[in-house]
Design a protein around this ligand. Structure first.
Ligand code: C2E
Ligand code: MG
Ligand code: MG
Ligand code: MG
Length: 279
């Protein structure tokens, strides 16, 4: 009986693996056509100054609508990285963000910085800086409107990450470290380069509510940011309680409490409002 059961488990197991492999292949295939099929869209999530309640930035987050249903970036970005498709997709994202910045400028929106996620694979690409320069030139966008969000894996995998970061900063683009505090090497990552912004990973805030020592950790990281003169963004603010924990710090907040990421057509009301009122 045990043998029989083991065999069944094995069958379920391989079935499961097959399903996963099939899904992955489906995503790979569809992803390679997604740009020409117009299946991508950028959503934008507000970043709020927790002292003034003013909007100070928008993070561009990629959304994909293939014919077989929505796929989260959590699922398709790793596959895009693995296949190298992140190179054209990442270029599309930067270009699209630039086009959007121009549209807002034409609509006389206040000057708001747009954060664009850039993956380690893009950073490894020798042509990356050149491609970015080309896009900025073609679209004639003021680079100070743009911030690149990179994770520490960028610093660990690229050959000369600090050189590339310097080159990007010389273009006038800002640089943020995303998911700060989630990995193992956070401090070594920022010791050699001048980073504009540290984005504290949302896992820290999640844990603060359960574990009081995490609050000290969070304060310490905020202190590091102050010392290095970088802006601090705390990610994943979902509740009033979490916001209240952060009230006393001069930092920036981002999370569902303020707003989910929104498509450009739903951003009409984000510009002038005070985000700390009536929340
Ligand atoms: P990330 O850059 O750390 O982005 C933050 C993620 O947290 C986003 O998920 C956002 O929707 C989500 N989020 C925002 N506020 C909250 C909150 O209060 N609670 C919770 N639980 N989540 C919140 P999303 O859009 O699914 O993106 C996931 C990841 O995919 C991003 O993490 C980023 O690493 C990657 N990604 C998204 N767009 C791009 C892109 O254009 N290029 C690259 N290379 N990666 C991207
Ligand atoms: Mg990000
Ligand atoms: Mg993040
Ligand atoms: Mg992340």
């Amino acid at each position: 009986l045990a043998k029989e059961k083991g065999k069944n488990n094995y069958q379920f197991f391989t079935e499961d693996l097959n399903k996963k492999a099939i899904r992955k292949r489906q995503i790979k295939n569809a992803l390679s056509l997604a740009i020409e099929q117009n299946e991508f869209k950028l959503f934008y999530q507000p970043q709020v100054d927790l002292q003034t309640g003013k909007l100070i930035g928008l993070e561009a987050l990629l959304r994909w609508y293939p014919s077989f249903g929505n796929v989260s970036p959590v699922e398709f970005i790793p596959i895009a990285e693995e296949t190298g498709l992140i190179l054209p997709i990442g270029e599309w994202v930067i270009k699209e963000a630039c086009l959007q910045i121009k549209k807002w400028k034409n609509q006389n929106r206040p000057k708001i910085k747009v954060s664009v996620n850039v993956s380690a694979r893009q950073f490894k690409d020798k042509e990356f800086a050149l491609k970015v320069k080309q896009i900025l030139e073609d679209e004639k966008v003021d680079p100070s409107f743009i911030e690149f969000e990179i994770t520490e894996s960028v610093m660990l995998n690229a050959e000369e990450p600090s050189l590339l970061i310097r080159e990007i900063k010389e273009m006038g683009i800002k640089v943020a470290i995303d998911d700060f505090g989630a990995g193992y090497s956070s401090l070594s990552v920022i010791k050699n380069v001048e980073i504009d912004t540290l984005k504290i990973d949302q896992s820290l805030l999640e844990n603060v509510m359960q574990n009081s020592r995490m609050m000290s950790m969070l304060e310490a990281i905020i202190g590091v940011g102050k010392t290095l003169n970088t802006k601090i963004i705390v990610e994943g603010i979902e509740t009033k309680e979490q916001l209240n924990l952060l009230n006393d710090f001069q930092i920036i907040g981002q999370g569902y409490f303020f707003s989910h990421p929104l498509p450009p057509e739903q951003l009409q009301d984000v510009w002038g409002r005070n985000w700390l009122q009536n929340e």
